[in-house]
Design a binder for this molecule. Sequence first.
Ligand code: UDP
Length: 409
Amino acid sequence: MTRTVLVNAGPWLPVPPDGYGGIENVVAALVPQLRRLGIRVLLATVARSTLPVDERLTSFPDGQFEVLQRPYNQASGVAHAHLHAVLRALRDRDDIDLVHDHVEVVGLAVLSAAALAPTAPPVLHTLHWDLGKHADFYSGLDAGPRVRVNGVSASQLHRAPEALRRHSIGHVHLATPLAVGADRRAPVEKADHTVVIGRITPGKGQHLAARLAHECGFDLVLAGPVGPHRQPTDLTAAGSAAAANPDVRYWEDEVRPLVDGTRVRWIGTVASQERNTLVASARASLFPLQWEEPGGTAVVETLALGTPAVGLSRGCLPELVEHGRTGWLTDSPDDLAALVQAVGRIDPRECREQATRRFTPAVMAARYADLYEQVISGTSDRAAGGRFHPSRAANLPLGDEAPLRRVPR
Ligand code: UDP
């Protein structure tokens, strides 16, 4: 039977994104594979998205990411306007078998209200973010039997409030198109630099990476936006008004003093081939995490590009990186310097082979297609007087955590 799934990518960035965009990159990787599996996809997004789909539903001409930096009373209408467009589609048509939602909080709140109508499709809501956030909402969640959630790592779900976890049907690791055929790709010659790729924000620990680079004498390139500012020139042009943003304050107070333009450089947001070459030619990608990274797109990308990951053993990192084979992980920031030095002992081929096996869009889409069927059949059981099967959810594997976190000698 052909399924039709409304994939709600939200109003923030086009799909695929142009440079930075964790969730939008996941959607861009997932949708083509769902279609290959015979699933029709109606994508709710912004008009500038270019991803081929069966049908599109658009709320805004372009991504509204910059609005996210404004106060709540100026920003909240955007997500609601987008969700309203989704609700209209759900009201006007009866061919949608499931909504797969990716919009933080408001997606789950609005769609679980909509799913109270017995004729509305069931919902799978993917939790892409740190579940320590939004405790007021998650700890009292009662979304009913027709709404399920999934995480992007086991560790993320382990930390979720109990009420949210009761709605969970497991986790699906993130994927990247870069993993397709990565094991057959010719190796890229390594340059001298290491890299941190991601938003410049306290959780990603760029200040720690920069400090290490100076202390240990290795070159570091920081790539990614600071708040809404994609390039150094944008940040300069924004002037003092930019300091209202917490990531800009982090940059100014903790990172910028360590960026000297030679040992440590910030190159702004890099996209497509430039990003891939930067990462593939790096000796290591550093993840000195200061938070419980929930999914880590940049982690699976670095492995697919044959660059070992070196970082603190937090969040999803131990699920994605096999200590000693695809990178080095430690619990202590004091060990990071030795790990960067030992990175030559990791074989880039192993990184690419594991990525090809574990992190392709096809692997991810097969898992989602399975979850879609579970959600659809769980809810049809309900319609027939049954209920959603929590036992099925409980039996889903929680992930293959790498056991060793020792520093190599
Ligand atoms: N990214 C990029 N260019 C940059 C910085 C980041 O293309 O200059 C991409 C990165 O490759 C990844 C995504 O943005 O695909 C960030 O996703 P991740 O899950 O690592 O972080 P988060 O969603 O927490 O920002």
